[in-house]
Design a protein around this ligand. Structure first.
Ligand code: COI
Length: 356
């Protein structure tokens, strides 16, 4: 599908950041966005790259009432030679369409999703930061814009992509975070929308996150919604526990997100001769295994979070340090290998990099 480029005047271009160490996460946006509409009876129409600016939405737009919305997160990296690389964008395209199917939204053709991002990032290449730990965060999103207050799938959607130059997701950078196992609220139940990347999952997690923050934690670790017993995910990360040379993570059974970084970490771990187990993890066993020292490291993975070490885990009244509160050796190796491939310092033998 042809994408029209709406020219920007010099006056419409924003001043760029000057200090890459102060980017933070998701607060600055580039000059342009991609916008494509889907209309019942017509399909995808009017693809254009235009100024990043507010939408005019009818107050009755379905997304504002019934949250028919999905999104993705991926990154572009600036390599030392000045070239720009995307990391596994086709995986995000597939997950986006999986979410679309669950939310009764139209699928975005993979060529439009990936090709549109490539064209947009290419136009905005001056916005991609190059300092260590920085990248251009890419946020593809689809919203239901038909103005109607009856509950039904929309007959009009916006698929759009915005870009944000970012540093580390956690303000402390690559340092261990403190995680609280959530024993009161639940994130997802079987048959629900847990494995779809939809805003509602994040809205419903805010209360638990806020209460955990008040107690000094960075994030909550969700348990399964039926027995409140098995480890699921941390909203912004999939979770991994290291038993010596074996890495254990929860299986994908419908309630947790199919993380692109999760898949990459598992593949890298196997290539580094670590053993990998995808199995249910009982929170009581987990606490016992941390206490006995059987668990030597814990970390989370996500596009925004990359590989984030976990230094402390608390469940109910019990708080335990993991890895002596330090970054574990496998966590460090996986972080270095993953970011090395993403930034061109380590050869990509997996076919993950897409240069633009
Ligand atoms: C991502 O890692 O890209 C996400 O979408 C998580 C979000 C909470 C920042």
């Amino acid at each position: 599908m042809e994408i029209r480029i709406v020219p920007l005047s010099e006056g419409e271009k924003k001043a760029k950041f000057t200090d890459e160490s102060k980017l933070g996460f998701g607060k600055i946006f580039t000059d342009r966005m991609l916008l494509v509409e889907w209309k019942a009876g017509q399909g995808w129409v009017d693809a254009r790259i235009k100024k990043h600016e507010p939408f005019v939405l009818d107050p009755a737009a379905l997304v504002l009432h019934y949250a028919q919305e999905i999104f993705e997160g991926l990154k572009a990296y600036k390599w030392a030679d000045g070239s720009i690389a995307l990391f596994r964008p086709e995986m995000n395209a597939r997950r986006f369409n999986h979410s679309a199917e669950r939310l009764c939204m139209p699928e975005v053709p993979e060529e439009l999703f990936v090709g549109g991002i490539e064209q947009l990032v290419s136009l905005e290449r001056d916005w991609v930061p190059g300092a260590e730990g920085t990248s251009l965060y890419i946020r593809p999103t689809m919203i239901a814009v038909e103005p109607v207050v009856g509950i039904k799938p929309s007959d009009h959607y916006y698929f759009y992509v915005i870009l944000s130059p970012v540093g580390a997701y956690y303000p402390q950078g690559f340092k261990p975070v403190r995680i609280m196992v959530e024993s009161k609220y639940v994130r997802a139940t079987p048959g629900g929308t847990g494995e779809a990347k939809t805003g509602g999952n994040y809205a419903s997690s805010l209360k638990a996150g806020l209460e955990a923050k008040e107690k000094g934690f960075d994030q909550v670790l969700w348990l399964d919604g039926v027995e409140k017993r098995y480890i699921e995910e941390v909203g912004a990360m999939n979770m991994f526990f290291v038993y010596g040379d074996t890495i254990v993570t929860a299986p994908l059974q419908g309630t947790i997100l199919h993380g692109v970084t999760r898949d990459s970490v598992l593949t890298l771990a196997r290539s580094l001769d670590l053993k990998v187990e995808e199995r249910r993890i009982d929170v009581n066993d987990l606490m016992k295994d941390i206490k006995s020292g059987a668990i030597t490291e814990a970390f989370g993975s996500g596009t925004a979070a990359v590989v984030t070490p976990v230094g402390a885990l608390c469940y109910k009244e019990e708080c335990l340090e993991v890895s002596g509160g330090q970054v574990g050796k496998h966590t460090r190796t996986l972080y270095d290998t993953l970011t090395g491939i993403q930034t061109g310092k380590i050869a990509d033998t997996f076919g993950w990099i897409r240069k633009i």
